[in-house]
Design a protein around this ligand. Sequence first.
Ligand code: DGL
Length: 279
Amino acid sequence: MSTHGTANDAPIGVFDSGVGGLTVARAIRDLLPGESMIYVGDTAHTPYGPRPIAEVRRFSLEILDGLVDQGVKMLVIACNTASAAMLRDAHERYDVPVVEVIGPTVRSAMSITRNGRVGLIGTQTTIQSRVYDDLFSMRPEISLSTQACPRFVELVESGQTSGSEVLEIAREYLSGLVEHDIDTLVLGCTHYPFLRGAIGQVVGADVALVSSDIETAREVYRVLTERDLLRDPAAGEPSLRYEATGADTAKFVELARRMLGIGIESVDLLHTGAIQLPQ
Ligand code: DGL
């Protein structure tokens, strides 16, 4: 029998470039409502998508190191772009378990596709990294068609998730994938679940949408259970803390409230000295 100590009470650290990772945080809350969480949005540097992979990696490492310094018991990289940049060594760098979004999402898409034609949409950096292609290549009978959707993150971060302009942009990005007769579409960016309506309308009801939020939350559940790291519900109310690196924390609060219905009371401004960009 194990003794539940401070490690079990410690929060889970969740990180994204902005509000996208809140879709993952929400899914974790749904499965594990007793867990405490610290969520960091690197809003000073969002979007990550058009940035060189080395730069995304540098920003991500600083935020993850900071979360470890705050004593989290697990790191969740709730960002495909950051996961792509760190997939190979994030697990070795930290003593706490690291869950990223790409592995669980790929496994789910592999089990869902019936005709072996899978589509992937993501940021430019995620698509160019070819990390998804590498993982899917383990199943050579699956053919993967990819499409970068650079404007999607911009739309979400400005709170625009419906309307004719969103549909028009979605059609522009997705029509090529539809022509490939895909039966499964991977939403390879944690911002995209906010655009599920428009994406689903364009690709049609026969295409299964696989998104990183739910698959990642299931992985968090599995890892915490297997390592006996679940928080004891008798320990009292869990704490939820939000931090952002960009000065406009009010915008973060407003977006989270509008898009997720999460009532965040405050967001702390996180100072990340080394990762400030030159003005
Ligand atoms: N939500 C992130 C992702 O999954 C980052 C998007 C961005 O900042 O460009 O890729």
